[in-house]
Design a protein around this ligand. Structure first.
Ligand SMILES: CC(=O)N[C@H]1[C@@H](OP(=O)(O)OP(=O)(O)OC[C@H]2O[C@@H](n3ccc(=O)[nH]c3=O)[C@H](O)[C@@H]2O)O[C@H](CO)[C@@H](O)[C@@H]1O[C@H](C)C(=O)N[C@@H](C)C(=O)N[C@H](CCC(=O)O)C(=O)O
Ligand SMILES: Nc1ncnc2c1ncn2[C@@H]1O[C@H](COP(=O)(O)OP(=O)(O)OP(=O)(O)O)[C@@H](O)[C@H]1O
Length: 491
């Protein structure tokens, strides 16, 4: 597009004196390419104007900003706007041809549950026959379902990356997209320029006050998603929902806790294999099976179903979709075994701090009839060495059997890490542990020794695809390792 057209049509500015062709837009000078427009953002740490020269060297053909700081100049055409981040988002959407207009877009916001609900929604939409893309903390997916990563990883990336990914989804045949919208993204206009079809609200608790200042500020930023959407899916169990009612032109509510709502869950049962419950909904009453752990996932499922139903999914499709949901990679992920004989339950989770390990083990304890096993290591290199002993203590205290093993020890002697974990367990007067250096062997040991009725938690690696051993980086797939060990058990 020509700079003059962007100035007039997108930024509502007078025609600039020079009129180069613009092929893209970026806020990061290091990412500028020949033909880029560089948006100089005044941030908390830097003023983007300091990087105009770098952007120009890389081929930028113009600069957009809120005004040149005193003493700074550029030979590039300079477009002055009232809000640089808003301009960045509008330009990105325009240069990518407003890809969200070609998609049914569902946004998900809230303090917890965004990633899980996004994954579930995209799975339900696919189960209903809609090729669907996904953008979440765990990466992004085109309709082919393969998880991809992008540089400078965010939950919600800056507008140029986000609009580029939406365009890629459209090119690959997506008809729908699910986007996790973080509060930072909403505050910093990263999702401005996305035309939503539905917005999901999970719930709100105190978080990120360093950035948003107050809970009110945090709420106001998150509320922006509901303000921008034509249809809202609101959590009747969350007190903040009272202040969201009537904000979107259309809305439905959901409740997993017996509140009056359009989508309700009743008779919730948790077992080792997942959740069972009844659903009362505008599509009728039906039963659901969800192979996930954690009662909060009932609420996430209701939200995902309400959004998918709005986009056309039927009750049957929702029911089948929930039953076949594989969870989010590496987040309390239930590993599917070979079937047939009873097996211990095996879970892969990325918990790698003492509090998250404790929470994961407590959650699993509630549905474990037999013994609870944990396989856990602690990273080396420049990673915090002070958590090693507390991890050992938590594992010893909260599990019946703890196996300490390697986890990306890098250049730190593995023996030192294991000795610290053992010390933590011993000082807590726990002696139910053993160390097995090789992670594969440790996993096989736990899974082959565990009995049906036991649970084995493989903690720390989650969805990571490498294992760092000294200077070596080995390909790694924890879920596959677990599935292989389960298969070996049944031979
Ligand atoms: C609080 C926040 O989100 N800040 C983001 C914001 O920073 P900022 O406005 O202070 O920008 P800055 O670093 O001062 O830089 C100003 C401008 O100069 C540019 N610059 C800067 C340096 C340079 O060498 N070259 C250059 O061009 C920058 O690209 C930027 O446009 O814009 C930057 C550029 O995109 C982001 O890197 C930065 O993310 C920081 C690193 C961050 O940690 N963000 C996290 C908190 C975040 O966004 N998290 C949420 C999820 C939160 C959750 O729910 O857990 C997310 O969506 O990922
Ligand atoms: N609906 C919910 N209500 C309360 N807690 C939840 C809910 N859903 C998930 N959680 C908890 O929050 C943790 C993170 O879930 P999830 O990854 O889905 O959230 P998130 O909002 O995407 O957070 P992040 O962006 O940090 O990944 C889960 O492991 C679980 O403990």
């Amino acid at each position: 597009m020509k700079l003059a057209a962007l100035a007039a049509d997108v930024l509502r500015l007078p025609t600039p004196a020079q009129n180069p062709d613009v092929t893209g837009v970026t806020h990061n000078a290091a990412w500028a390419e020949p033909g880029s427009l560089f948006v100089a953002v005044r941030g908390a740490r830097a003023d983007g104007h300091s990087f105009m020269a770098q952007a120009q060297e890389r081929g930028a053909v113009g600069v957009v900003g809120e005004g040149l700081p005193q003493g700074m100049q550029t030979t590039l055409p300079y477009l002055q706007v009232p809000d640089a981040r808003a301009a960045l988002a509008d330009l990105a959407a325009a240069l990518h041809g407003w890809p969200s207009r070609d998609l049914k877009v569902v946004g998900v916001t809230g303090t917890d549950g965004k990633t899980t609900t996004s994954w579930m929604t995209r799975h339900l939409l696919r189960a209903a026959g809609l090729p669907t893309g996904l953008l979440s903390t765990a990466g992004y997916e085109l309709p082919d379902g393969q998880l991809r990563q992008f540089p400078a990883h965010f939950t919600t990336p800056e507008a140029p990356q986000l609009q580029g990914i939406l365009r890629e989804m459209v090119k690959d045949g997506a008809q729908a997209a699910v986007l996790e919208a973080s509060s930072h993204a909403l505050a910093l206009h990263r999702v401005r320029g996305v035309e939503w079809d539905a917005a999901i609200w999970t719930h709100l608790t105190r978080e990120h006050l360093d950035f948003h200042g107050t809970v009110e500020g945090y709420f106001a930023d998150k509320r922006r998603l509901i303000e921008a959407a034509p249809f809202a899916v609101l959590n009747a169990d969350d007190p903040w929902t009272e202040r969201l009612r009537g904000v979107a032109p259309q809305e439905v509510t959901y409740s997993a806790e017996g509140q009056p709502a359009d989508w309700q869950a009743a008779a919730v049962q948790q077992s080792g294999r997942g959740l069972q419950f009844r659903i009362h909904s505008p599509l009728g009453e039906f039963s659901a099976e969800l192979p996930m752990i954690g009662a909060f996932n009932v609420a996430n499922a209701l939200a995902a179903m309400a959004a998918a139903a709005h986009l056309g999914a039927t009750a049957q499709q929702l029911q089948a979709g929930l039953a076949s949901f594989d969870g989010v990679p590496g987040r309390m992920q239930l590993v599917r075994g070979p079937g047939g004989e009873p097996q211990p339950r095996v879970i892969v989770d990325f918990a790698h701090t003492p509090p998250s390990l404790e929470k994961a083990l407590q959650t699993l304890r509630a549905t474990t009839e037999g013994q609870l096993w944990v396989v856990i290591g602690s990273a080396g290199g420049n990673r915090d060495p002070r958590k090693r002993a507390p991890l050992g203590e938590v594992a010893g205290r909260c599990a019946d059997q703890a196996i300490f093993t390697e986890e990306d020890y890098r250049d730190t002697p593995l023996q030192d890490i294991l000795a610290e974990m053992e010390r933590g367990a011993r000082e807590g007067a726990h002696h139910n542990f053993r160390s097995i250096e090789d992670r594969r062997e440790a996993i096989r040991f736990a899974i082959t020794q565990a009995q049906p009725g036991d649970t084995v938690l493989l903690a720390g690696k989650g969805p990571e695809d490498t294992l760092e051993r000294g200077t070596e980086s080995l390909p790694w797939n924890e879920t596959q390792e677990a599935a292989d060990a389960l298969a070996q058990r049944s031979h």
